[in-house]
Design a protein around this ligand. Structure first.
Ligand code: M6R
Length: 381
């Protein structure tokens, strides 16, 4: 039931505030940040994973496909930058033939909305074989993150963290991506907390920010409607589009480009802002819009510098920025603003305008948004 929405994709985009609420209710203990002195030394998370896992893991490897791989790339940033754990991400389809060298105490996390993606199941089977008794000195852990608690994935792993997004019907993954981010963020923060990479006092504002996310996503959704209609009308017929992001939003640039490709059939490519300058910038002219993900934070100035170069090459500019950066309005012909947020959590908001833009352009082009050509919701072969 689309509940009054024209398409499941739109309904699922609008369900995201509730999905975040549900995941936080499951994975964050209530009251931790309100009862300051009494509770701050206790663990605020509810992930139900063994103490030994948190104590012994020295490396994390993430295997996934498509949008789930993009969530993993955001998570890599959190595991490394918040918890200080070396983390690698590989497409599940590449992992099978080229696995990472196995290190002692590796946590392998397979991420799949459906729990049935053949490549991801093959990757987890390969990881399992390698941690067989013959190599048992290399202790390893297998964890699944999935939206299907009863799936082939859950049978194959030692532990599962469900994403609690409810059924996703649209082929384009939206709310399940959001739920994957919440689960990953809680996991990375629990590692950081237990390993004292973050003190309770440092953690408290991040937990408070997580609790504000549902309202902030709602605000983001409300603010996008009008400008996105205009942008969709202006760019509905372009052939190519570039999405740029830096730091943690590089993964969101990849995800935005994937959403555009699969729903609108526009040739969209995501790049790291700096890397784009090393060749791909030659693609630009007045027919190739650039979407720059430039929320306030450590990479804001360098993103703006990239954007100005794109502008000098004639590209029309769409900017995803935070409300606190008034300069954006002069740089970007088409600003899309999200509420002010800590840079580390910004992917939760910056992805939303990209989802809506892909949806709106697809509708504008008269396409079957929920069932794009050539793909199925789950690739079981
Ligand atoms: O079910 P999974 O998360 O394993 O699916 C992986 C990809 O097939 C999936 O994310 C695909 O890229 C989506 N259509 C993206 O919107």
């Amino acid at each position: 039931d689309r509940q009054g929405f024209a398409h499941f994709m739109l309904k699922e985009i609008y369900e995201q505030p509730d999905v975040v609420r549900q995941c936080l209710a499951a994975y964050l203990k209530p009251g931790w940040d309100s009862d300051q002195d009494a509770s701050l030394s206790s663990n605020p998370f509810n992930l139900a994973l063994p103490d030994e896992l948190f104590a012994t893991v020295s490396e994390i490897q993430l295997v996934a496909c498509g949008t789930s791989r993009h969530a993993s790339l955001v998570a890599q940033y959190w595991f490394e930058q918040l918890a200080g754990i070396p983390t690698r991400v590989r497409s599940a389809s590449e992992f099978v033939s080229a696995p990472f060298p196995l290190a002692r105490n590796t946590l392998t996390i397979a991420v799949t909305q459906s729990g049935e993606t053949a490549d991801t199941l093959a990757a987890i089977a390969a990881a399992k074989r390698r941690s067989s008794p013959a190599e048992s000195s290399l202790q390893s852990w297998l964890l699944g993150i999935t939206n299907q608690s009863e799936s082939s994935l859950t049978k194959a792993v030692d532990y599962t963290l469900p994403t609690l997004a409810g059924t996703e019907v649209g082929v384009a993954a939206t709310k399940t991506f959001m739920a994957q981010l919440v689960v990953f963020c809680c996991l990375a923060l629990e590692f950081a907390f237990r390993r004292q990479a973050l003190s309770p006092q440092q953690l408290a504002p991040t937990i408070a920010a997580l609790r504000s996310l549902p309202d902030q996503i709602e605000t983001t959704l409300q603010h996008q409607h009008e400008p996105i209609q205009t942008i969709a009308q202006t760019f509905a017929n372009v052939k190519d589009c570039i999405v740029l992001g830096r730091g943690i939003n590089h993964a969101i640039a990849l995800e935005g480009a994937l959403k555009l490709k699969e729903t609108t059939y526009i040739h969209a490519e995501g790049y790291a802002g700096g890397e784009f300058m090393h060749g791909p910038i030659a693609l630009l002219d007045a027919t190739v819009p650039v979407i720059a993900i430039a929320p306030a934070g450590s990479v804001y100035d360098s993103m703006l510098a990239n954007t100005e170069k794109a502008k000098a090459n004639g590209a029309p500019l769409i900017g995803i920025t935070t409300v606190t950066e008034p300069a954006d309005r002069t740089v970007f012909a088409h600003p899309l603003t999200v509420p002010a947020i800590d840079e580390l959590l910004s992917p939760f908001l910056t992805v939303v305008p990209l989802q809506l833009l892909a949806y709106t352009i697809a509708v504008q082009r008269g396409l079957d948004v929920d069932r794009p050509r050539n793909i199925t919701k789950t690739l079981t072969r």
